[in-house]
Design a protein around this ligand. Structure first.
Ligand SMILES: [Zn+2]
Length: 291
């Protein structure tokens, strides 16, 4: 069950990566968890209309809000298997890359009563290095992390090629380190899960399930990939990053993955670290007042 569950989610993420994972922190549940564990108190205070207004004020040129309906239509056009809530993304280019996708998107907007001009506007919005959010996230505490994540995508894409290459050296190193080390625990992980399933069949046993997870976590600690996860919540993100390495730095910047990664980059790739820190600082400054 563990495996099946993970691979189902994994394939969902993979399919989305054509547009939306490249684009962003779309899987709201993943971000919600971090935000909740990190800042439970602030969240309660910040909810409500004030935070909507404050969040709206954070938006800059080329950053847009659409209704959740439009966002979902877009995501489902790009990948009909899209599931979960879509929070937004960075649209480096037009991901509706076939005529039939473009027609499907326009037709479904028309069916909802949007005018031709509005449809043209939406089509322009979801490309041109724009960032688009669903209104559904505007009143949520994960708006700022999602905004930071998407801006990191955007600012990286705007760097000169040379600086992008420098960043990629660090990213490639971390991904290949993970790929080399993963086989060292994956067999054992599968064996533990098989054992669990043989024992419990269709019943879910929380205690035994947690024990399997703890053992896998300790194996991962022993083989210590740089791209590790501190908790099971983060394992999906690790998958997302493996499937699309462009997600590494945007997740790193919002504290969405293993805490030791930044210091590895500092120590091994000081030039990459300088670029990353410069972007991170810029984004934090832009969004700090609203936190
Ligand atoms: Zn992303």
């Amino acid at each position: 069950m563990i495996k099946r569950h993970i691979s189902k989610i994994k394939s969902g993420l993979k399919n989305l990566s054509k547009a939306l994972i490249v684009a962003g922190g779309l899987m709201i549940p993943l971000l919600t968890k971090t935000a909740q564990t990190q800042e439970p108190v602030r969240q309660n205070i910040e909810s409500g209309e004030n935070s909507v207004e404050r969040n709206r004020n954070l938006l800059r040129e080329n950053e847009y809000i659409v209704s959740r309906d439009v966002m979902r239509l877009y995501a489902q056009t790009v990948d009909p298997r899209t599931f979960g809530m879509v929070s937004g993304g960075f649209f480096e280019h037009d991901y509706l890359d076939t005529r039939s996708e473009r027609r499907t998107f326009s037709d479904s907007l028309r069916a909802r009563g949007y005018s031709n001009e509005e449809i043209r506007n939406f089509r322009e919005m979801f490309k041109n290095k724009n960032i688009v959010f669903s209104e559904s996230i505007l009143d949520s505490p994960e708006f700022v992390p999602v905004l930071r994540h998407e801006r990191m995508h955007k600012y990286i894409s705007e760097l000169p090629a040379e600086e992008q290459n420098t960043l990629n050296e660090a990213v490639d190193f971390i991904i290949s380190d993970y790929n080399q080390k993963q086989p060292l625990w994956i067999d054992e992980e599968m064996r533990l899960e098989r054992e669990y399933h043989e024992r419990f069949r269709d019943r879910f046993n929380y205690e035994a399930y947690s024990q399997v997870q703890d053992k896998v976590d300790s194996l991962i600690r022993i083989y210590s990939p740089i791209l590790h996860y501190d908790s099971r919540d983060q394992s999906f993100r690790v998958q997302t990053i493996r499937d699309n390495p462009k997600e590494l730095l945007p997740y790193l910047m919002i504290g969405g993955i293993g805490s030791g990664i930044e210091s590895v980059i500092e120590n091994r790739f000081p030039q990459s670290a300088r670029i990353y820190n410069r972007l991170k600082e810029r984004i934090e400054n832009e969004t700090r007042d609203q936190q």
